[in-house]
Design a protein around this ligand. Structure first.
Ligand SMILES: [Zn+2]
Length: 508
């Protein structure tokens, strides 16, 4: 089954160009010696897993996407490896609705007939309504001047004079795309266009083509809805007598898939969930995204078993399904936890893309000092464990925001502290980053991100081993900690005040 187009701006990301961080907060590390485990996690061991996942993709239409034979074979490989090491992996099944687009179009009918190009000029939002609409366009409370602050379409009052039957032209800002589109539909709009806001936010593209989702809810909106760039949106807003045509056609398909979970012994009331998504996008084999994170946690699990010491706290290795369709597996996992079980989760460590060829060593900004959105209590401690570790190795790092682009989201959203690592996706490397980390400024951190070329050739084994050693260090450190990671305020804190993504797609 062919999935949507090559546009998922995958999970994670947005490398912001900030200062290299070597800060060493107090009490970060409990002094656990992780040398033996780190020595046991080697590039050769990691490479073996990457080769196996590449072979799986080669034998299954070139991908390992959720719901496909390639995903099943990926899971079978991971399960066999875990069993051989003495684990007893289980599958946690779930299903979800996938938006499958079959037709997309945007045209200017008058005054200047123009056919716009899908994925270059516009993108039909996920969970857009289907329809073929031609109508005059009415701008709704847009702001093209100054700071371009926008609440466009967020209030019913914005539509007080809106002519029913027209297409509503709205600007990104303040509320979710779903809210804008639902308000437009309620006001009688026949279609909706949302253009990028056109304001400067560090590390966030607020000018280019907007790839949005109307999920949640995972249901069709009432009208067709497209996203576009600030430039084209501003042109639409200032064109007299503009008539557009929007075409959208899609079905919802039920995907049945599963997570693979494997536990160590240890205190169950301080469970350490170590996660990496196991699914790829449909467009390629997904060896960096996320064979690299899969290999790192799998090899860590195997070597912990090899060394034979039971951890003080239970480690639960989680290979998530359906991440590329909107963090489905990790969200399902957390949704199934009782309040008591949530309290028994000490933390989540998330590893999504660890071998980018033009890498930056990103650490999630748990304390919010770089991006203003802190994770729940304890997240700063997790960040500090990584920063201490990299500093001890003489390796530079940079913070990356908690913005909802990967599987830690459901954890932080439920008050469970989280942290993790990432080496970069579609963002171009800045000159500052190239000066610190080497590589090529101006080129994507992962030049094959979500593409067919995300093969075993698309992984830098040296950085992957560095990151995998940090994975091993953090996992064993938290598995051996004798204190609660999140102090006394369990289940407190918040991490989603500025959540902008639902997995791959923008929410607002
Ligand atoms: Zn990913």
């Amino acid at each position: 089954m062919q999935r949507k187009h090559i546009r998922r701006v995958c999970a994670i990301g947005i490398g912001a160009a900030l200062a290299v961080s070597f800060s060493v907060p107090a009490l970060a590390d409990n002094g656990t010696d992780t040398t033996a485990l780190r020595d046991a996690v080697t590039a050769e061991g990691l490479l073996e897993h990457l080769e196996a996942l590449q072979a799986v993709a080669d034998a299954n239409d070139g991908n390992r996407a959720a719901g496909t034979s390639g995903y099943e074979a990926s899971a079978e490989y991971v399960e066999a490896q875990l069993r051989a090491a003495g684990y007893d992996p289980v599958r946690q099944y779930f299903e979800y609705q996938q938006y499958v687009e079959s037709a997309a179009g945007l045209e200017q009918v008058s005054p200047n007939p123009i056919v716009y190009v899908d994925q270059e000029d516009f993108d039909i939002m996920e969970f857009s309504g289907s329809g073929d609409v031609t109508a005059p366009v009415t701008a709704v409370d847009v702001n093209l001047a100054g700071d371009r602050a926008s609440t466009s379409g967020c209030e019913a009052a914005d539509f007080a004079t809106f002519p029913a039957g027209n297409i509503a032209l709205m600007q990104r800002g303040t509320c979710s795309f779903r809210q804008k589109v639902d308000n437009a539909a309620a006001a009688g709009a026949s279609g909706a266009i949302v253009f990028n806001q056109g304001n400067d936010v560090p590390g966030d593209d607020r000018f280019g083509l907007l790839f949005g989702t109307l999920n949640p809810p995972a249901e069709f909106a009432d009208i067709p809805a497209a996203g576009t760039s600030f430039e084209l949106g501003a042109e639409f807003a200032t064109t007299e007598g503009l008539v557009l045509r929007i075409l959208a056609e899609a079905t919802l398909e039920t995907v049945e898939t599963f997570n693979v979970l494997a536990d160590t012994a240890g205190r169950t009331d301080r469970t350490v969930v170590v996660g990496a998504h196991l699914d790829s996008v449909a467009e390629g084999p997904g060896i960096n995204d996320n064979g690299s994170g899969t290999a790192a946690i799998l090899e860590t699990a195997i070597q912990i078993a090899e060394l034979g010491d039971d951890p003080r706290n239970r480690i639960r290795f989680a290979f998530w399904g359906g991440e590329e369709d909107g963090l489905q597996g990790s969200s399902y996992y957390v949704s199934q936890l009782t309040k008591r079980e949530i309290k028994d989760h000490a933390l989540n460590l998330n590893f999504d893309m660890l071998g980018s060829t033009n890498f930056v060593r990103f650490v999630y900004d748990g304390d919010g000092n770089a991006f203003g959105t802190a994770g729940p209590n304890g997240s700063s401690r997790i960040e500090a464990v990584f920063l201490d570790y990299f500093a001890s190795q003489g390796l530079a790092t940079e913070p990356t925001a908690f913005d909802g682009r990967s599987d830690y989201f459901a954890f932080i959203n439920n008050g469970i502290p989280a942290g993790g690592l990432f080496t970069g996706a579609e963002d171009p490397k800045t000159a500052e980053q190239a000066a610190v980390f080497g590589g090529t400024a101006g080129e994507a951190l992962d030049p094959c991100y979500h593409q067919e070329c995300d093969t075993i050739e698309n992984v830098d084994l040296t950085v992957l081993e560095q990151m995998a050693d940090a994975v091993a260090h953090s996992v064993w450190t938290f598995a051996e900690t004798t204190s609660a990671v999140n102090g006394t305020a369990r289940g407190g804190g918040n991490g989603v005040a500025n959540q902008e993504f639902m997995g791959s797609n923008l929410l607002k």
